[in-house]
Structure formats: C-alpha cells, structure tokens
Design a protein around this ligand. Structure first.
Ligand SMILES: Nc1ncnc2c1ncn2[C@@H]1O[C@H](COP(=O)(O)OP(=O)(O)OP(=O)(O)O)[C@@H](O)[C@H]1O
Length: 478
C-alpha cells in the first residue's frame, strides 16, 4: 500500500511517502520462494553476543558472527555513522549469509540496502550518483506528526442503501472505548473505506480525522470467541481506554532517497515504483539535508542510520573507492558493510595491486572481519538445514556423502545437489534421498573442477581463444 502524506514545517512543503507492506490475509510464507539465504533468520547470538554453534539458521563462523553482532549493536544505538566494515574470506564461506543475518537481526525498522558492486555500472547514471542513491536509501528519517484521531472498538456498523437503488449510501458507526460510546454519521466515502478495510463489529480501528484514513489495529479481546476459527495473522488487542477522540503522535519512517525522489522536480512518487528515479540535483539534496537537520534539532524528526551492504566490492573502481572514502565522512552516512572473496589483486581500472583489490587508504579505515573455511561437520549441518528449508528428507548416509562431496568441491555445489537429488528420489517414489540419488546427480552435474578438467581434455573441440587454460584463468565473474 502506498501512503503519501505531506508534512509542512516553517512554510516549506515536503512530500514524503511511505510504502507499508500491507499485511495480506493470505499466509505469504507458504508461497515464498526458497532463496540462497532464506534459511538465515539471524546471527544466532546469545545475550553476551556469543555465537551459538547452530542457531537461527547460522552454523559455525563464531568469531565473524560475534563481530557482526557487535556492529549490529552499534547500529541499533544509532549514534555512530560512517563506519565501514569489510567481510573478507574465501568463496562460499558465508560472507553474504552473515550480511543477510545482520539485516534480519536489525529488524524492519533499520533500513538495510543490499547491492552488488557491479550494479553501480549502469549506463543511465554515473557511478557516484548510483552510489549516492544507495547511501541515501540506507538512511531512514523517522518523522513525527501530531494527528487528531478517533480510536475505539466498533460496536455496530449500519449502512442504509437508498430505496430507489441509486444515490449515495449513508450510515451510522457506533464506536466505544472502555469509558464511552458514540454514534458517528457515515458518508459514502467513509463507507467505502470501511468496506475496503473489511471492518467488522469487534474490530479496534483508528480513523485519522484529517484524511479519513482508516487503519485496523486488531480485534478486540472481548470478541475473541465470536468465531470458531480465526486467521493465523489475527491480532487481538484490548479495547482502548479514555476518550474516543484524541491527539496522537504518528510516526512515519521514510528513507532519504524516497524524500529526494519525491521532491526532485522531474520526479513524482510514481518513480519509486518504476525504479527509474534518474539523477537528482545536488541542490535538491542539500535543501532536504538542511531541512531534516532543522527538524532533528526541533525534535520533529530523527535520523535512523541503516546499513548499506556492497557485495563483491572488488568490482568497484578507483573513482568509486574515492567516493566511498569521502561519503563516509558525512554526518548522514550509514554503516557500510562490504564483502569480497579476493586476495591481493589489481584495483579495477589500474595496474596497482592491493589486498582485496581495494586502495590502502580505504582499507585503513575499515574494520575487517574474516571468515574461515568450514569443517566437514559444519558443512553437514548447513546441508541438513538446507534440506529442511527445501522440504527434502535425506537419509543420514546420503547426507554424509553430500557433505564429503561439498568439502571436496564447494558448499554451493553441495547445496545445489539437494533439490536435484530430491527429484530423482521423487521419481523413484521414495520418501528420503538415498546415497544412490546423490551419486546419480553427482555424475549428472559436474562441479567447477571437473568442468575445467573436461575443458582441458577437449579444449581443441571448443570455439574460442586457444590455450586460455594454460595462461591466466579468468577469476570468478570478473
Ligand atoms: N555459516 C553458515 N550458516 C548457514 N548457512 C551458510 C553459512 N555460510 C554459508 N551458508 C550458505 O551457503 C551458501 C553460500 O554462502 P555465501 O553466499 O554466503 O558465501 P560467500 O562467502 O558470500 O561467497 P562468495 O564469496 O562466492 O560471494 C549460501 O546459501 C549461504 O546461505
């Protein structure tokens, strides 16, 4: 649901918009697709920020998870801006998984933007503009508004349809708190909103007097036994106390980028949907920053520094790195978390070699977290978590074989074999994946090492550059 509202302070009109994920009646978790990191639910730390061996979908990597947990605490306090963290380690050692776990443990209130460094290289806007977008998307602004609201439990909704069949509907809405009950007259627009929100007797609702917007807060406890069955996501709340009409502080959280887009002259909030937000003039941003700083001083707004995660950071070039160096000095900078699997390599676009393909001056200001290769037991545990996530039953012996294969090839390859092996098992009409199913998919789908071996044997039969394999092998996706 897109909700647009205007805030007017000191005569300047700023339009801000917040996109609220409307809680759908349908249980969305059932139709969610399973992604590479969908089993990760958090960092799996205890109160002392120590990593549990296997918790919230995370296994092993205790030191890295603990360090990430400390960074999260720093972010939650919201006082520190402009810190940068680098997660460095071999491919498949859980760098992205740790970043995703950080996003989960920070919760919905903290903005988290995740990009891959290669996304910056777009033809539509300059690299520094694309990075600025990402930076500003990671800073939230909590804007507080005083609003006149009617809040109470719905006692009765009475809608009168015109006798002739045409003309607008009118009606009456009876609402109560623990202390009073009032009847309100309803016009056609309010009736439409009530119908749209599917408001029923027994619901506790909130009506914004200025805009007429209705929000359902939940179902009253006193009416919990009205139905034999209720939806899984039904929230029960108590009937409000005191007056029906009250002044309430309403808080909206939007990102700086959303405010930029809506206030840039050539854009409208619809640009947020199309994603084609284009370049935004620095003057617009300066004006917005000045206004927000003013609101913060007046305690009408609060900045929420979030996290910008840049994966495959070695794909950035010198211009981008120098931009990052400068942008981190800004008071409004988010916490920057980067990940790379590169060792000592060339900085993109130069002939200079440097650790992780990043300039030394930037490396110098980073907190670096390293990830280490997994033990066989850890790999087995991760694979069993993935089996559960993908709803695949696997015999213990098959899991042992798959863990051994993963240790010799890669964890990612092992994870890929889970679904494919389960298809073969399904065809056999069996319930659990067996060792022979794993062996079958291992022979059907080759891993990177076997594929390279195959190329070495048949190189001359392929089209393309000769003898590349004997020279420099292209590293990963670069
Ligand atoms: N400690 C862990 N606990 C649970 N799952 C993990 C863990 N580490 C990695 N995984 C899972 O293994 C897969 C590969 O990990 P991930 O993509 O995080 O590796 P990476 O270090 O980012 O690799 P690359 O350097 O190639 O980008 C993912 O599905 C990830 O969720």
């Amino acid at each position: 649901m897109l909700e647009t509202f205007s805030v007017e302070f000191s005569g300047v009109l700023f339009v801000v918009s917040s996109i609220k994920a409307k809680v759908e009646v349908k249980d969305l978790t059932r139709v969610e697709r399973i992604g590479a990191h969908s089993h990760i639910r958090g960092l799996g730390l205890n109160d002392l920020l120590e990593a549990r061996l296997n918790s919230e979908g995370m296994v092993g990597q205790e030191e890295a998870r603990r360090a990430a947990g400390m960074i999260c605490e720093m972010i939650k306090e919201g006082k520190i801006a402009g810190r940068a963290v680098l997660i460095a380690g071999q491919p498949g050692t859980g760098k992205t998984a740790i970043a995703m776990a950080m996003a989960q443990s920070l919760g919905h209130d903290t903005p988290f933007t995740s990009i891959s460094a290669s996304e910056i290289f777009s033809l539509e806007m300059s690299r520094t503009e694309a990075l600025t977008h990402a930076f500003r998307r990671s800073i939230g602004v909590r804007i507080k508004e005083e609003a006149e609201v009617i809040e109470g439990e719905v006692v009765e909704i009475q809608i009168d349809r015109p006798v002739c069949g045409s003309g607008s509907k009118v009606g009456k809405l009876t609402m109560k708190t623990t202390e009073m009950e009032t009847i309100y007259d309803l016009g056609a627009k309010m009736i439409e909103s009530l119908t749209k929100e599917k408001v029923q007797e027994g619901d506790v609702i909130h009506i914004d007097k200025l805009t007429g917007r209705i929000s359902k807060l939940g179902r009253s406890f006193s009416r919990a036994r009205d139905f034999d069955a209720t939806a899984a996501n039904t929230r029960f709340v108590s009937c409000p106390e005191g007056e029906l009409q009250k002044h309430k502080e309403v808080v909206h959280t939007v990102s700086l980028h959303e405010i930029d887009v809506i206030n840039s002259r050539h854009q409208g909030f619809l640009a947020l949907f199309s994603g084609e937000t284009g370049e935004i003039k620095p003057e617009v941003r300066d004006q917005i920053d000045a206004k927000i700083a003013e609101w913060c001083l007046e305690k009408k707004a609060e900045l929420v520094p979030g996290v910008l995660f840049i994966d495959e950071v070695h794909m950035l070039d010198l211009e981008c790195f120098s931009f990052l160096n400068r942008a981190l000095e800004n008071k409004m900078a988010p916490i920057l978390v980067m990940a790379t699997n590169r060792g000592i390599t060339k900085v993109r676009g130069t002939n200079y070699k440097s650790p992780h393909g990043m300039p030394l001056d930037l490396l110098d200001r980073l907190l670096i977290i390293t990830t280490r290769p997994y033990t066989n037991d850890e790999i087995r545990l991760i694979l069993s978590i993935r089996c559960e996530e993908e709803d695949v039953k696997m015999e213990s012996a098959a899991l042992d074989v798959l863990a051994k294969i993963s240790a010799e090839t890669s964890l990612r390859y092992g994870i890929q074999l889970i679904t494919t092996a389960s298809i073969i098992c399904y065809r056999r009409n069996d319930e659990a994946v067996s060792v022979s199913d794993v062996e079958r998919v291992y022979s059907l789908f080759v891993d990177e090492a076997r594929s390279t071996q195959f190329l070495r044997e048949y190189q001359n039969d392929f089209l393309g550059d000769e003898n590349v394999l004997d020279g420099d092998m292209v590293m990963a996706t670069q």
